[in-house]
Design a protein around this ligand. Structure first.
Ligand code: HEM
Length: 195
């Protein structure tokens, strides 16, 4: 069931969600694992293909994305060694835009790469546990500062359509936060259409 303002759920459901939220906050704080949580959310949503939802009627929003009982094929997520056209191919498949690509890449303000996992090494920013606009500031400084830049990060300054957002976010952190929140919401809601 839903109302014009959103889904109608009972009090027990709301209390459960609140408990889960508290547990998650405590876990993230005690393990300093915000980076991997953000990456998990992104990888959960990032295999979505806007052209292969099943069709049929639009169904009212229910809280939470549905778990799938089957594994999606490998290779839907972006390959860090490729360029702008690959990034567009992957994100456009999800129904996202150039602005979403740049804003969401700012998620690399958190965390780091490890050689045993991806073959890449190091953090994108000087404080990988702080969510700020430093990813974009460092990106514009080029290669010389010892921080990580994946090929897919570098294309964001090489491609003129991407670059205008990099420049905006590097000088205006509020604009980054606003656009990131919007794009992340889109990412986490892929696959359902709220009525
Ligand atoms: C880490 C690639 C987009 C969040 C990584 C790593 C790679 C990568 C290679 C290092 C993995 C490792 O060695 O453990 C890419 C590519 C993207 C992309 C090619 C295409 C644009 C995103 C997006 C988000 C995100 C959209 C979230 C909004 C993260 C985070 C980490 C990470 C937080 C660090 C995880 C940790 O510290 O363990 N990404 N990524 N990435 N990515 Fe991305």
């Amino acid at each position: 069931m839903s109302s014009a303002t959103g889904p109608v759920v009972d009090a027990e459901y709301v209390a459960e969600i609140e408990r889960a939220r508290r547990d998650l906050r405590a876990l993230i704080a005690s393990k300093s694992c915000a980076p991997i949580m953000l990456r998990l959310a992104w990888h959960d949503a990032g295999t979505f293909d806007k052209n292969t939802i099943t069709g049929g009627p639009t169904i009212d929003f229910v809280p939470g994305r549905r778990d799938s009982s089957v594994a999606i094929e490998e290779g839907r997520l972006p390959d860090a060694k490729q360029g702008a056209s690959h990034l567009r191919e992957v994100f456009y498949r999800m129904g996202l835009t150039d602005k979403d690509i740049v804003a969401l890449s700012g998620g690399h303000t958190l965390g780091k790469a490890r050689p045993d996992r991806s073959g890449f090494d190091g953090a994108w920013t000087k404080d990988p546990l702080k969510f700020d606009n430093s990813y974009f500031v460092e990106l514009l400084k080029g290669d010389s500062n010892g921080l990580l830049k994946l090929p897919t990060d570098k294309v964001l300054v090489e491609d003129t359509d991407f670059r205008r957002f990099v420049e905006l976010y590097a000088k205006d952190e509020d604009a980054f936060f606003r656009d990131y929140a919007e794009s992340h919401k889109k990412l986490s809601e892929l696959g359902f259409t709220p009525s």
